[in-house]
Design a protein around this ligand. Structure first.
Ligand SMILES: Cc1cc2nc3c(=O)[nH]c(=O)nc-3n(C[C@H](O)[C@H](O)[C@H](O)COP(=O)(O)OP(=O)(O)OC[C@H]3O[C@@H](n4cnc5c(N)ncnc54)[C@H](O)[C@@H]3O)c2cc1C
Length: 449
């Protein structure tokens, strides 16, 4: 009997558990993807291009046997089930609030077909699926370090042995409703797709993994793995990566970051309100700035024109390539929340619009960590000083010069982090006084009681 394999955030053929379940010895599989207009509205042009490029590669790897349709999944998936007479629909589980609502709607619609057609999840985008690692009393962890210890102890499965040859695929030409995969020609900094994911990972393991523990905080060295968009779209599963990490310092530091990814997915799963609301509702009492001046400051931040070189470098990197180094994400986020006193949600929304790797769990909780309102968050009184952060993590200003054109030609001996005395024409004056705004932030936080 035919089955459906519905791709979502798992755009690959290797190490794909639902493919094992979908492929029955005597049945055929329809591989499909639903272009959901809601996702198109909430993803910026670069993330959409990345998704579409990954879909094109997936289709090529299946010799064209991927059916792409467009519309609401709760309508399109049942229609495909009926078109091919499928007996089950197989997916990797999705744990985001949006994904769970979508899957509930699809499950309900499938129940209405004949005696009901099951939506069968297997596997997830994570090493350990949300909800699996809990405290002794069954409660979810709120603090990363004990979560990490329990997560390591829990462990994960070996990669699933799957590939294009794992199933007999239905030719999509025989099924109505297929649409072209859009191509808006948006330039991407790094290529999408399963082959690119493997190549990127192998290059990182060969060249930078060993030094990762020491170098990961240095935006000037640019030595992190750049695997985030691949992990977001599942063109590779982290299970296929951990075998290469080894026991060295670099590999162990990398494993910890993958654990952070699982931790934030778990937190969002347990506390779905934290997607746009403070995880710690005590922070609802903070009064952010508003009005025309707040809007003006927000525009300066978005355009990389705050007059703080490390902040401007990060925001321009984001605007230019749709990615920003983690340390700089923390610095620009702290600046938005604690120097400009704007709501973290404004910054999170802008990041989601711009980032190729934009991910609800990592992004919203990265922001909440900085704002102090998240689980295990930075204490509210820790306010990053953008100048000292710049000096520490970009010591000769290589990163700043790379992204802020006005500062690129400052003499080698000039202090690129505080170009006050030799501020080149066209580069803005600092839009705020950091010391004053730090005190103001602390005053507002202290009011929380
Ligand atoms: C304000 C803010 C917003 C963020 N938004 C996102 C986002 O939308 N999408 C996203 O994938 N990451 C986000 N991060 C986390 C982190 O910045 C990126 O995952 C990382 O910079 C991606 O680059 P990389 O693949 O080279 O990272 P590497 O250093 O090579 O890390 C390897 C992988 O580990 C995971 N990882 C690393 N750091 C973190 C972290 N702090 N939290 C969770 N997972 C992590 C990522 O999947 C990453 O690809 C955000 C962090 C902050 C502070």
């Amino acid at each position: 009997m035919p089955t459906l394999l519905w791709f979502r955030r798992d755009l690959r053929l290797h190490d794909l558990p639902p493919l094992l379940d979908a492929a029955q010895p005597d049945g055929e599989v329809l591989a499909c993807y639903v272009l959901d207009p809601r996702l198109a509205r909430s993803s910026g042009p670069r993330r959409l291009q990345y998704l579409h490029d990954a879909l094109r590669e997936l289709r090529d790897n299946l010799d064209g046997r991927l059916l792409v349709v467009s519309g609401r999944p709760e309508e399109r998936i049942p229609a495909l089930v009926e078109a091919v007479g499928a007996t089950s629909v197989h997916v990797s589980a999705d744990y985001t609030p949006f994904g769970r609502r979508r899957d509930d709607a699809v499950r309900d619609a499938l129940n209405g077909i004949g005696d009901g057609v099951p939506l069968e999840p297997s596997g997830s985008p994570y090493l350990v699926a949300p909800g699996r690692v809990t405290k002794g009393d069954g409660e979810p962890y709120k603090v990363f370090t004990p979560f990490f210890a329990a997560w390591r102890k829990h462990g994960w499965r070996a990669p699933a042995r799957t590939g294009p040859e794992s199933a007999k695929w239905i030719d999509p030409a025989d099924v109505p409703g297929g649409v072209d995969i859009p191509d808006d020609g948006v330039a991407l900094d790094l290529p999408a797709g399963e082959r690119a994911a493997r190549a990127q990972w192998e290059e990182f393991v060969d060249t930078a993994l060993r030094g990762y523990a020491d170098d990961r905080n240095r935006p000037d060295l640019d030595n992190t793995s750049r695997m985030s968009a691949h992990l977001k779209f599942g063109t590779i599963h982290p299970r296929s990566m951990v075998g290469d990490l080894g026991r060295g310092k670099g590999g162990q530091a990398y494993l910890r970051e993958l654990a952070f990814r699982d931790f934030y997915a778990s937190v969002l799963h347990e506390w779905p309100h934290s997607v746009w609301w403070n995880w710690n509702r005590g922070f609802d009492a903070i009064k952010p700035d508003e009005g025309a001046e707040a809007e003006k400051a927000f525009e300066a931040w978005k355009n990389g024109r705050t007059g703080f070189p490390i902040v401007d470098a990060g925001m321009r990197q984001l605007a230019e390539i749709g990615w920003m180094h983690n340390r700089v994400r923390m610095i620009v986020a702290s600046f938005l929340v604690k120097d400009l006193h704007l709501p973290w949600q404004w910054g999170a929304r802008w990041f989601l619009e711009q980032l190729v790797d934009g991910d609800m769990a990592n992004n919203q909780h990265g922001w909440q960590w900085t704002a102090g309102s998240g689980t295990d968050a930075a204490p509210y009184f820790r306010v990053f000083n953008p100048t000292t952060q710049g000096r520490k993590f970009d010591p000769d200003g290589t990163y700043i010069r790379r992204w802020v054109a006005e500062l690129a030609d400052l003499p080698v001996d000039a202090d690129v982090h505080t170009p006050a005395d030799r501020r080149p024409a066209g580069y803005p004056e600092p839009i705020v006084d950091h010391a004053r705004e730090r005190a103001e932030a602390l005053r507002r936080y202290a009011d929380l009681g």
